[in-house]
Design a protein around this ligand. Structure first.
Ligand SMILES: Nc1ncnc2c1ncn2[C@@H]1O[C@H](COP(=O)(O)OP(=O)(O)OP(=O)(O)O)[C@@H](O)[C@H]1O
Ligand SMILES: [Mg+2]
Length: 404
């Protein structure tokens, strides 16, 4: 005799795509009806992506078949396609209760995006804003350690997740959901789903701003994010060497192509503050990104020197913005946060960010970049920018989607 228990046992083998937990643990399985070898189940999920529904149906059916059921009915209930809350008719915002989104990007890895995101988020919170910090670096999530919440697991509520919290900032990261040390290979469509779930299935408060730490470069994650929510401000983090500046041009170009208003450049590892004498010396160069900022009609928001306290703060989960607010770098993060907020105010006063020009013409759940680009041109032709030829060459997608 087959029972409800057999059904639940079988469905525990079905992992919710993009996460490590199964659909039973997430509480998605509702209304089980069993009769002999016939079973009907209802899955109540939070995503409206058709592709995900199909994947779950197939997997659940397979699992139930394996358990010995012969006739299997899997129904799915899900919210209607997300509410459109943008000023424009065709823009998209899948997290409308978050007022502003800041994308922290860089052309290359290791320049200090995560460090900047952490300290900026904390500085904004210290200025009285309601702040969230999303670690969208699904390949190498570093935010939990830097915010001192590594090892903590988010609480499940219904079929959503509560963000973690530290230093007055709400936090979510793939590192808090996946098992430690898991190496990940993501396809474009999976990245898109993960990003969507981070915005839709996390119980963020009504935030003034969500700071989003991106993986390095310009790819699927950046595009998916820009298509899902209107990004109010883009920040490029760079180090002062010319080679790094070349890469940061690519990041600034991406902002243009994705219609993201550019708040400016943060020049990190700019000079060195010697801990024993407090004097600043030049290592990689200083202030070299000012020229790039000018080229892109944006500003150099602040320069953050190399300071051992920053690295130690990151490694030990005690960020300088909070623990050393009176240090030179602590003050500079505050300065950058103030400038960022002025910029956000200005963008909103001028009508707000608008992502209608970057919406895909492909079906939902399929990333424009991951399809090779040809079938997935953004709705609007993106105008060529005046950026140097070198940066333009970096874009091999050829459709103006900002990926390469
Ligand atoms: N101004 C600084 N002074 C000293 N150490 C720093 C500074 N900025 C960053 N670091 C250290 O450099 C390392 C790399 O920084 P971080 O992880 O923030 O870079 P990232 O751009 O996010 O890297 P990835 O591209 O891998 O995500 C970290 O150990 C961090 O603590
Ligand atoms: Mg990082």
């Amino acid at each position: 005799m087959m029972t409800e228990e057999n059904v639940l046992e079988a469905l525990k083998n079905v992992i919710y795509p993009g996460f490590t937990k199964d659909i039973v643990t997430f509480g998605f399985v509702k209304d089980i009806v069993v009769e002999e070898k016939t079973v009907g189940i209802m899955l109540d999920i939070t995503s409206s992506a058709e592709e995900l529904h199909e994947e779950l149906k197939t997997k659940a059916t397979e699992a139930l078949k394996k358990a010995g059921f012969e006739e299997i009915h899997v129904n799915i209930t899900a919210p209607q396609a997300p509410k459109q809350m943008s000023n424009s008719v065709s823009g998209k915002n899948i997290a409308p209760h978050i007022k502003n989104f800041v994308m922290v990007s860089s052309g290359k890895g290791g320049v200090g995006k995560s460090t900047t995101s952490v300290n900026l988020a904390i500085a904004l919170a210290m200025q009285g804003k309601k702040v969230g910090l999303l670690d969208a670096d699904i390949y190498g999530p570093n935010i939990p350690r830097m915010m001192g919440v590594d090892g903590q697991k988010p609480e499940i509520e219904g079929n959503k997740l509560q963000p973690l919290k530290a230093y007055g900032v709400e936090i979510m990261s793939m590192g808090s959901i996946m098992e430690e040390g898991v190496a990940l290979i993501w396809r474009g469509s999976m990245i898109m789903k993960a990003i969507e779930q981070f915005l839709r299935d996390i119980l963020w408060s009504e935030l003034d701003v969500l700071v989003i730490d991106m993986p390095p470069g310009t790819g699927d994650a950046q595009l998916s994010l820009a298509q899902s929510v209107p990004i109010t401000a883009g920040i490029t983090v760079t180090t002062p060497q010319e080679v790094s500046l070349d890469d940061s041009r690519r990041s600034l170009n991406m902002f243009k192509k994705l219609d993201i208003p550019t708040a400016g450049i943060i020049e990190n590892m700019s000079g060195f503050i010697c801990p024993s004498c407090d004097e600043e010396s030049d290592i990689f160069g200083m202030g070299t990104s000012a020229a790039v900022a000018k080229e892109f009609e944006t500003e150099l928001m602040t320069r953050i020197p190399i300071e051992p306290a920053i690295r130690i703060g990151g490694d030990t989960g005690m960020p300088v913005a909070y623990h050393k607010p009176d240090s030179e770098t602590g003050k500079r993060y505050q300065e950058a946060a103030t400038k960022l907020w002025e910029f956000i105010d200005k963008v909103n006063a001028e009508g707000g960010a608008d992502n209608s020009g970057v919406q895909p013409t492909t079906p939902p759940g399929v990333s424009a970049c991951s399809t090779g680009g040809a079938a997935a041109t953004p709705a609007k032709e993106v105008p060529e920018t005046k950026a140097p030829a070198k940066a333009a060459e970096g874009e091999s997608c050829g459709t103006g989607c900002g990926c390469h």
